[in-house]
Design a protein around this ligand. Structure first.
Ligand code: AHM
Ligand code: MG
Length: 336
């Protein structure tokens, strides 16, 4: 008999919830609404090139008299609007906005905080290269229940995340998430509009893999330790191969499935590198750790870093444990 049982994302999340009898259902609702937003964004991403307003000729008005938006601004709004009214969040934070995003007064406030990068790697849209959405969920730490969320709810270390995930809009659309019980991937079946379980319990392959991923054009801006590490990867026997898409979501997704290391190193004049701790690095660190890998800022465990501001940047080394540790050994030589 052919296998007819399919596991949708909703079923998976609900079954996870049942394992926690104390769960209020709010958390389930956050994940399901994020998935809904991802489907809407995926639909629009797939129209890029066909419909002018996606590429964002700003300053124009559409049929409804609304300003035409770029896809990243559109994605940002879709996620906010999918979740602002649900009563599950006390506030949100987006890479597209300077400050935290309050929940409108007319809606109830909930127990969770959602931090997101609505469309990461958006410079790749115009050339049909994969882009993605990243999200991170924390339980609020401020009180009282039902009140507006505060900055302290957002500024929590990565180890406090209750869930994190990303969506890659690539050759297919895949949503990968963890709620601390393994990492699971769901591919969007556009014909039925559902995310279906395609990658249950993703584990990084054993060993170090054979791929390193870094923007090597910055070589001269790196520390001597970073330069030596990459040189060693190229000259080792057998040598590592190199892949760099320039969309972190896609580069990390490959790293999760195939092993190796993805790096966005510090530069002499940019000690924090480029990536944002809360919106980009911490969620990826949680996912990769849950899949048996490791993430650091080159020195510290990334999930231990206490954020001090919403848009704080951090270097990122993420991938196979042994390789991430090896990177740290080379970087430590810079301190000698
Ligand atoms: P963005 O949030 O402005 O899209 O920037 C983040 C992206 C990552 O997806 C990617 O890893 C990195 O920028 C690439 O940067 P660079 O061009 O410096 O290599
Ligand atoms: Mg980004």
């Amino acid at each position: 008999m052919p296998e007819t049982s399919v596991v949708t994302l909703s079923r998976h999340i609900l079954e996870e919830e049942r394992r926690h009898p104390e769960a209020s259902g709010q958390f389930t609702s956050v994940l399901l609404e994020v998935a809904l937003a991802a489907k809407i964004i995926s639909r629009e991403v797939n129209k890029a090139g066909l419909v002018d307003d996606i590429m964002g000729s700003t300053g124009e008005e559409n049929l409804h008299g609304e300003r035409v938006q770029k896809l990243d601004a559109y994605a940002d709004e879709v996620i906010y609007k999918a979740l602002d009214h649900t009563g599950t969040l006390c506030c949100m934070g987006s890479e597209e906005h300077e400050g935290l995003l309050p929940i409108p007064d007319r809606f109830p406030k909930g127990e969770y905080v959602l931090l997101f990068d609505p469309l990461d790697g958006s410079s790749n849209i115009d050339v049909n290269v994969s882009i993605g959405t990243i999200f991170s969920i924390h339980r609020r730490v401020s009180g009282p229940e039902g009140s507006d969320g505060l900055l302290e709810d957002c500024l929590q270390p990565g180890k406090n995340q209750v869930a994190a995930g990303y969506v890659v809009y690539g050759s297919s659309t895949i949503l990968v998430y963890t709620s601390g019980n393994g990492v699971h991937g769901f591919t969007l079946d556009p014909s039925i509009g559902e995310f279906l379980l395609s990658h249950p319990d993703i584990r990084m392959p054993d060993g170090v893999g054979n791929i390193y991923s870094v923007n090597e054009s910055y070589y001269r801006r790196w520390s001597p330790g970073q330069q030596r590490f990459v040189s060693e990867l190229k000259t080792s026997d057998p040598p590592f191969t190199s892949r760099y898409i320039g969309s972190m979501v896609a580069d990390v997704h490959r790293t999760l499935l195939k092993g190796g290391i993805f790096m966005y190193p510090p530069e002499v004049r940019k000690p924090g590198g480029k990536l944002r701790l809360l919106y980009e690095a911490a969620p990826m660190a949680f996912l990769v750790e849950q899949a048996g890998g490791k993430a650091t800022d080159g020195r510290r465990d990334l999930l231990e870093i206490e954020p001090t501001s919403l848009h704080q940047r951090t270097p990122l080394y993420v991938g196979s444990r042994e390789l991430v540790d090896r990177a740290a050994e080379y970087l430590a030589q810079d301190d000698l």
